[in-house]
Ligand binder design. Structure first.
Ligand SMILES: *Cc1c(COP(=O)(O)O)cnc(C)c1O
Length: 326
């Protein structure tokens, strides 16, 4: 297939490992479970944003920008990886974090500081609404700012997950996965995996586990993701039209909403740690894993299935949630 290529700047270590979680499969008396370890992308304790940033920051460098602006939650993994990448690339980094400065600096926020990023607390504007204001301010100071979108979820970010499917296909020669399960939030991972599945003719069902009750824009998540699939396809010159109803975004596990740790998340963290020695994060991957566990217990995933859990990272925030998890 003739798809248009874009520049990347190297920020992580790829391929990330593909491992089998045989203890967890055995404990659940369920399907074979595998894990794609994007928690080990290598940039500043890893995560799925490393892949996206390789394309997005290559674009920033090409445009001659010297300052990066992005936004997220106080414990944003995206902001932490962006801050680290900016440090490596000699770019000034401004992070717009929702809420107010907490009394204790922990987890991702602590790391943001160590990477030398400039932190702006934005109160109830939690999803990057203040970006234009900071952008103008920095421009007025003579800087050349570049905006990395919320969660790194634009066409360049999504592109990186097309590559991730190619990477998976190359490293996996003998297992035919029936399902790929992952935490879906700002949609770039989901959109890229959808396109990667199409381009590399994969047969698995893609199951995004929705981790946030509130969409990032006026559009429902499904429409946002479908739109990103289509604009990304257009960007790479792929003739493909995707409709929102074609995607699976399971909203059964959103619990108390974004970042609210419930019994399900605690169980998923504890089982994965105890049986596999692998850390999940409380906000994203534990919620997605609790979905996987429930789909096994409710018989929707059976012993004949071969399920790949895409570990998207996030463990640094465990320390910020110590009280909820203890
Ligand atoms: C950002 C993030 C996700 C969600 O990825 P999107 O591309 O934003 O949907 C999942 N897990 C972790 C740990 C993340 O940091």
């Amino acid at each position: 297939m003739n798809i248009k290529h874009f520049e990347k700047t190297s920020l992580g270590f790829f391929p990330t490992p593909l491992v089998e979680l045989s203890n967890l499969s055995h404990f659940l008396d369920g399907p074979q479970i595998f894990m794609k370890r994007d928690d080990l992308t290598g940039l500043a304790l890893g995560g799925n944003k490393t892949r996206k940033l390789e394309y997005i920051l290559a674009d920033a460098l090409q445009q001659g920008c010297d300052t990066i602006i992005t936004a997220g939650a106080a414990q944003s993994n995206h902001c932490r990886q962006t801050a680290a990448a900016a440090a490596k690339l000699n770019l000034e980094c401004h992070l717009l974090l929702g809420g107010e400065a907490p009394t204790e600096t922990q987890g991702n926020l602590l790391l943001d500081q160590l990477f030398g990023s400039h932190i702006h607390w934005t109160g109830s504007n939690r999803k990057g609404q203040d970006i234009p204001r900071i952008f103008s301010q920095l421009q007025a100071e003579g800087k050349k700012p570049y905006i990395v979108p919320y969660g790194g979820s634009n066409e360049l970010g999504a592109l990186s997950f097309i590559d991730a499917v190619a990477e998976l296909q190359q490293q996996n020669t003998d297992v035919e996965f029936s399902h790929v399960i992952f935490a879906s939030s700002s949609g770039g991972t989901h959109a890229g995996l959808i396109l990667g599945k199409e381009i590399y003719k994969q047969t698995f069902d893609l199951i995004g586990i929705n981790i946030d009750k509130e969409a990032n824009s006026d559009l429902p998540f499904e429409q946002q993701i479908a739109q990103l699939v289509n604009t990304t396809a257009e960007k790479i010159g792929l003739d493909y039209q995707f409709q929102p109803h074609q995607l699976i975004l399971n909203a059964d596990y959103v619990g108390g909403g974004y970042g609210v740790i419930g019994q399900q998340e605690k169980e998923a963290i504890s089982l994965t740690a105890k049986h596999e020695g692998i850390l999940l994060d409380p906000v994203y991957t534990a919620r997605a894993m609790s979905g996987l566990i429930d789909l096994v217990r409710s018989g929707k995933l059976t012993k004949n299935d071969k399920v790949l859990f895409w570990h998207t990272g996030g463990a640094p925030s465990l320390f910020a949630y110590a009280q909820a998890l203890d």
